[in-house]
Design a protein around this ligand. Structure first.
Ligand code: GLV
Length: 335
């Protein structure tokens, strides 16, 4: 083959930080969706028909229907750590490696989980609303009384990278940290983070704050529903920066409305985005931000680059560095 070999064809489903776009453009012939909103499904299904690589986001559903329309597709790279928007098993079955971005957003996501915890505990949003509404006439001995963070018990559900980073922050704030995790946590980690591993029901009963750090899987879908809320303290505050589907939205609404639990601070919702008529938005004890846990300029730039490198490595026939389905490289997988 001559030097004129054409570059692989890639589609990017949204504009990402410039460094990431430039990196892909260096190694591929790239088209992208330039809209402000998420790419319509119909456009995605049309665009995948003749591409070699797909650079996607967590707002894109990558399923069998899409894969069947993409006979040339060799690599998928998502600019996210969570891959629940991708049918990974179907990709593996077709020999398609899927890249993602573990590690790069850990600290930034933990920062937001902690920011939500603090905002919930200290009623920051209500305070802001109170001032803006012109109600602030004098200092008040009973005004905006919240909960102490120091000395409180934080329950962390899931002790992966982000769960651990939240535990480190909690330690610095003088909290006691309980963790429920699917496997026994090694002694060294228990000592390093000064946590106590407990079972899920103990965690529900004892925690003043609960922060969720599990991926969305069939096992974790609706992990929190009416039964779990009833097991929690009525003063408990739920922080969710994982995936909306881990919490049953209607049950959460009812638990907040009825005072079964005190407060929820959500970076993720189900559905996402929330519609303006969603009952959760009528509650004064529910704070919602628009899925921004990894949204610092530095981190989004880093993950945009990481996703670009995953994609280009795969297209160059190398192993995708951060691959969620490395079994795709085993010999007996269909290529
Ligand atoms: C964000 O939610 C991510 O999965 O990267």
């Amino acid at each position: 083959m001559g030097a004129q070999m054409s570059k692989p064809k890639v589609y990017m489903t949204r504009r990402v930080p410039q460094e990431g776009m430039a990196c892909v453009q260096n190694g591929a012939d790239m088209e992208w969706w330039d809209g402000e909103e998420a790419l319509p499904r119909s456009v995605l299904l049309e665009k995948v028909q003749d591409i070699d690589g797909l650079y996607c986001l967590l707002t894109d559903t990558i399923d069998v229907e899409l894969l069947e329309r993409a006979p040339r597709l060799r690599v998928i790279s998502t600019m996210a750590v969570g891959t629940d928007h991708i049918d990974v098993a179907a990709c593996t079955q077709r020999g398609i490696p899927v890249g993602h971005t573990p590690g790069a957003l850990t600290e930034t996501s933990a920062d937001l989980a902690f920011a939500l915890l603090m905002a919930a505990a200290r009623r920051v949003v209500e305070g802001v609303d109170y001032v803006k509404a012109g109600h602030w006439k004098s200092w008040g001995p009973m005004l905006c009384l919240g909960q102490d963070i120091h000395g409180a018990t934080l329950g962390i559900v899931g002790f992966g990278r982000i769960g651990r980073a939240v535990a480190a922050r909690a330690r610095g704030f003088g909290m006691q940290v309980l963790v429920s995790h699917s496997k026994p946590i090694p002694e060294e980690l228990v000592a390093e983070y000064r946590i106590q591993q407990v079972n899920f029901s103990t965690l529900l009963q004892k925690s003043d704050f609960l922060s969720l750090h599990v991926p969305l899987t069939p096992h974790t879908r609706y992990l929190f529903g009416a039964t779990e809320f009833r097991a929690m303290k009525p003063t408990a505050m739920l922080i969710n920066t994982s995936r909306g589907g881990v919490v049953h939205s209607q049950a959460l609404y009812e638990a907040l409305r009825d005072g079964t639990i005190a407060y929820a601070a959500l970076d993720v919702t189900d559905p996402e985005p929330l519609q303006m008529d969603d009952p959760l938005l009528t509650l004064s004890n529910c704070l919602v931000v628009p899925h921004i846990a990894s949204a610092s300029l530095a981190t989004r730039t880093k993950i945009a680059m990481m996703a670009a490198e995953n994609l280009l490595s795969g297209l160059a026939g190398q192993q995708v560095p951060y691959c969620i389905n490395p079994e795709v490289y085993k010999e007996n997988i269909r290529k």
